[in-house]
Structure formats: structure tokens, C-alpha cells
Design a protein around this ligand. Structure first.
Ligand code: PMP
Length: 410
């Protein structure tokens, strides 16, 4: 393509040099929003930023200081491509809470579970291969799938998560069309953005269907320990160690700034993941890994998670009661864990076109279209209740109600 071929090219002299896949990359709607949404006068119900204020910052400061002074030789050095062995051992304790038994060798430490999403997609997807994913799906995963030139096919969910019959039908149809399905991408607990969880009854059904169709499952589970009223549900990986790649993260149960997540995969897959990760980043950060190891060893991490669950439950309650009071024309689910409420706007409203007016009214959310590969879902929006205080949430929803009311009048 010559430099003057398209509107965007005059601004970018290298337009014609990009790989085809770079043309598929776009700024996520969330990132585009980030600058405005983070202005102090805006109540941001947009980003899924955990409540860092709930952490014992003084104690963590001391911990970081000790880490550098006492273990600087290791913490500030390159490390193993697969990740620190001591941390991989402790990750087993975290996963045991969801019924997973594994060996430290099965674990690959990554730079957040976001990198794990990219690694899995990198090793499995050739351009045009199909990834089956829930409708809606986590925007960051869709960004990876798009960048790696996958073709995403959505399967609907209801209040109990992914609908097994629809999954079966979709896989059967894709097979009949001769399309190659590489994996099912699913967030079974406190889904981002839908807020729902895959019911206990459905878990073995989803496993059975995927096994029958020869389709691997990518289980992305950053929120599983953040249920408000119940103990964690067994992970899909706890029921099948050969057909599931499991992704975990310390971002929501501890802190995203360390950028530490992990993948647990069948033996041969794990070897490929390590090779792909070494090619991409050499090794995950030793400083972050040792910090997390020290945190797990010396702090009451389970007590901290319990504290987060209580704080987030209070914020969920503030969100739901404010919606009931101020936007009764909308409908929504009541999540029993995680960070998100998925709101369906009153008939005829479009969350995407309404967003600039919401920002002017000093409230931010993410339009539902971000969570569909084809940009549908504009009748929905996602509210994140993790970051603002309950008072700010109530204020944000009051502001949102004024925008919705104005839209309904026009
Ligand atoms: N998966 C899901 C479903 C998420 O919501 C997020 C973060 N919002 C991630 C993966 C990425 O998390 P991280 O890279 O911080 O571990």
C-alpha cells in the first residue's frame, strides 16, 4: 500500500510497512477513556482497578525495603524463564483453595495473566483459527485475540454462565463448516463484564462438551477467591488436568502493580509457554516475584482477601441500591463476587454514543460494545464498583441517572 492510500497514512509515514495484524489492533475503549476517567472530578465506574487503599502500605514498604537490602542480589537480577520456584510452590497453596492439585513444574509465572493470555494465543493460533468465547468477553482478551488474528465466535450466557447447549451447538456448527476451533476462552467466576458465574452443575457439562469436540479450555480466573457470600467454587482445572489451561493472577487478590500472574498447563503445553515467554520477555520480574513470595510467607494473605471481599461487597451493595433508586428503568444482574455489574439500558439508548455526555456529567463507565468482537452490545454498559468508595459510587450513579433521564427525554 502506498503512503497516500488511506486517510490515516498521511499522519504515519510507516503505515504501509506494518504487518497485516497491526492493522487489526485498536486502542481498547477502556484505555482511550483512562485519561479523562482518572481526572479527580470524574467518578470512574469504568476501569477494574482494585482497591489498593485496603492494603497495609506501611508494612509492604518495610517488606520491599528488606527485600532489596537482604535479597537484592537475587531480586534485582534476571531469573528463570518459568518463574521463581519458591513462588511456584506457594501458588499451589493459592490454587488449592479452588480444589486444584498440581506440581510446581506445571506452573509458569507470567507478567500478569494478560501475558499468559497472549502466550496461549501465540502458541495455538494461526490466522483465522477460531476461539470460542462467552458473549460478552473480557475486553483485554479480545484485544489479544484480535492482535493474533484469531476469529472469535461468541456463545451466549445466562445467569448461570455459559449455556452448555449453545456451546455444543456452536462447536457442532463450526465443525460442519470446516472451521478449526482451537480453544474455548471462559471466565467462570464473577465474569468480567457480565458478573455471573458458571454454575456447579454446568462445570462438568462444559468439560464434557469440549472433550467430545476435542477443544481445549482456557480458564481465566482472576476473581475466583473474591466471592462475597460463599467459598470458592472448584476450578474447571480441578476436574480435568489434561484439557484445561488455567490462568491465575495476584492482581485482584493482592496488587496489580507487581504484574504477576501464572498459567498451569498440561506438560507439553507448559514447555511451549515457557519457550514463548522466554522469547518475549526472557524472564518475569524477580523483584515482583520475591515480593509476592515474601507477602505470602509473612502476611495473612487469606485475611487480606477476606477484607477485600467485605469491602467489595459493601461497594456492590451501594451500586445496586443506587441503581434501584436512581435508574429503575434499567435492568442488571446482582453479582455475588468480583468487580462488575452489567447494566442493560432502557429500550432505545446507546451506551457508546451516550458516553461523551456521561463524561461531561463527570461519570465514566465502559460501553458494552467493548466486550463483543463485532462491537454489538451497545444497549449494555459495565459498571466497576471496585475502586470508588460507596459514597462516590452513589454520586456517580446519580450523575449517570441524570444522563439517562436526559437521553430518555430526547
Ligand atoms: N482476565 C480478566 C478476566 C481480567 O479481568 C483481567 C484484568 N482486568 C485480566 C485477565 C488481566 O489481569 P492481570 O494481567 O492484571 O493479571
Amino acid at each position: 500500500m502506498s503512503i497516500s492510500d488511506s486517510g490515516g497514512t498521511r499522519l504515519d509515514p510507516w503505515y504501509g510497512s506494518y504487518a497485516a495484524r497491526a492493522h487489526e489492533m485498536r486502542a481498547s475503549e477502556i484505555r482511550a477513556l483512562f485519561a479523562v476517567a482518572s481526572r479527580p472530578e470524574v467518578v470512574s465506574l469504568a476501569g477494574g482497578m482494585p482497591y489498593i487503599g485496603g492494603l497495609p502500605l506501611e508494612e509492604l514498604g518495610e517488606m520491599m525495603k528488606r527485600l532489596i537490602v537482604e535479597q537484592g542480589e537475587v531480586a534485582l537480577q534476571y531469573g528463570s524463564g518459568q518463574g521463581d520456584e519458591g513462588l511456584r510452590e506457594r501458588i499451589l497453596d493459592v490454587m488449592a483453595l479452588e480444589g486444584i492439585t498440581a506440581h510446581p513444574d506445571d506452573v509458569v509465572v507470567t507478567t500478569g495473566s494478560q501475558q499468559a493470555l497472549d502466550l496461549v494465543t501465540n502458541i495455538f493460533i494461526d490466522p483465522g483459527d477460531v476461539i470460542v468465547a462467552e458473549a460478552p468477553s473480557y475486553v483485554g482478551a479480545l484485544g489479544v485475540f484480535r492482535a493474533r488474528e484469531a476469529s472469535v465466535v461468541h456463545v451466549p450466557m445466562d445467569a448461570d454462565g455459559l449455556i452448555p447447549e449453545q456451546l455444543d451447538e456452536t462447536l457442532t456448527r463450526l465443525k460442519a463448516e470446516g472451521r478449526r476451533v482451537k480453544f474455548l476462552y471462559t471466565v467462570p467466576n464473577y465474569h468480567n463484564p457480565a458478573g455471573v458465574s458458571l454454575s456447579l452443575e454446568r462445570r462438568p457439562q462444559v468439560l464434557e462438551i469440549c472433550k467430545r469436540h476435542g477443544v481445549l479450555i482456557l480458564e481465566d480466573n482472576p476473581y475466583g477467591l473474591l466471592g462475597f457470600d460463599r467459598e470458592p467454587m472448584p476450578a474447571l482445572r480441578s476436574m480435568d488436568s489434561e484439557g484445561v489451561i488455567y490462568l491465575g493472577s495476584f492482581s485482584k487478590t493482592f496488587a496489580p502493580g507487581f504484574r504477576v500472574g501464572w498459567a498451569v498447563a498440561p506438560h507439553a503445553v507448559r514447555e511451549k509457554l515457557v519457550l514463548a515467554s522466554e522469547a518475549a520477555i526472557l524472564s518475569p520480574s524477580n523483584a515482583s516475584q520475591l515480593a509476592i513470595r515474601s507477602y505470602l510467607d509473612h502476611h495473612d494473605w487469606q485475611g487480606q482477601i477476606k477484607g477485600f471481599r467485605e469491602q467489595y461487597r459493601e461497594r456492590r451493595d451501594a451500586t445496586i441500591s443506587a441503581l434501584q433508586e436512581h435508574i429503575p428503568e434499567a435492568t442488571w444482574n446482582v453479582p455475588d463476587g468480583g468487580f462488575y455489574v452489567w447494566v442493560k439500558l432502557p429500550e432505545g439508548l446507546d451506551a457508546k454514543s451516550m458516553l461523551p455526555r456521561a463524561i461531561t456529567a463527570r461519570v465514566a463507565y465502559v460501553a458494552g460494545s467493548a466486550f463483543y468482537i463485532d462491537g454489538s452490545g451497545t444497549d449494555h454498559l459495565r459498571l466497576s464498583f471496585c475502586y470508588p468508595t460507596p459514597d462516590r459510587i452513589r454520586e456517580g450513579i446519580r450523575r449517570l441517572a441524570s444522563v439517562v433521564d436526559a437521553e430518555l427525554e430526547t
